[in-house]
Write a protein that binds this ligand. Structure first.
Ligand SMILES: C[S@@+](CC[C@H](N)C(=O)[O-])C[C@H]1O[C@@H](n2cnc3c(N)ncnc32)[C@H](O)[C@@H]1O
Length: 210
């Protein structure tokens, strides 16, 4: 019974978050101190890491491959992916404070954190085997450009793992199902996995070519 009440409440909370973000306009969609407090809590970080591991486990990967986490926050997911799958992981985030926090964690030789804007990734074309992004695109007004950049740095045949709050219809600065499909088509991203839990949409795309 309790579970039944909780799930719609979560959906409503996610919808309210998106409405607030949309109302904030295009100028500042980065996290406020309050959002940061909730997103960076250890319990939340553990959930985020678990979710990332689940999605990576569904993706064809080989040990030693290059993995990019865009909007990595404090790096909880990146750290677990590097430890569990033996990938060479790079985490990037626009917020230097988030990156400083990420870099304070356990040092791993296959893990690097860099301050970087998702809409201007400073990597050559096709330099990653896997690109992942979780709960970040709804903070990026030009999220379509961010996905274009993720597709650019992904090698043909590589995979893009996407997870975020996505509504069927949303203002242009927030990801919506239909716009995501159009963006994926434009960049040669072929859907190989999809799951939805209320407002959260998980997608895995394979970049065309090999
Ligand atoms: C809600 S947090 C999600 C963090 C982590 N990926 C997770 O799943 O918990 C959103 C993150 O996106 C980052 N972000 C916002 N705009 C960005 C941009 N243009 N480029 C890179 N990161 C960005 C924020 O600084 C923040 O750390």
């Amino acid at each position: 019974m309790e579970k039944k009440l909780k799930l719609p409440a979560l959906g409503l909370a996610a919808g309210a978050t998106l409405a607030l973000l949309a109302a904030r306009g295009e100028r500042d969609m980065r996290m406020s101190a309050v959002e940061k407090y909730f997103v960076n809590r250890p319990g939340h970080a553990a959930n985020v890491a678990r979710h990332a591991l689940d999605l990576v486990a569904r993706t064809p990967i080989e040990k030693g491959e290059a993995y990019l986490d865009v909007g990595c926050g404090t790096g909880a997911a990146a750290r677990e992916v590097a430890a569990r799958f033996g990938l060479r992981v790079t985490g990037v985030d626009i917020d230097p404070a988030q990156i400083a926090e990420a870099a304070r964690g356990l040092a791993q030789p296959n893990l690097t954190f860099l301050t970087m804007d998702a809409t201007r990734l400073a990597f050559p074309n096709a330099s990653f085997d896997v690109v992942a992004t979780s709960k970040a695109t709804h903070h990026i007004p030009d999220w379509e450009r961010a996905i274009a950049e993720m597709a650019r740095v992904l090698r043909p045949g590589g995979h893009l793992i996407y997870s975020d709050l996505v509504l069927p219809v949303a203002p242009r600065q927030l990801p919506s199902s239909s716009r995501l499909e159009a963006v994926a088509k434009r960049h040669g991203l072929i859907e190989v996995y999809r799951a939805r839990s209320f407002a959260v949409l998980d997608l895995i795309w394979r970049k065309s070519g090999s």
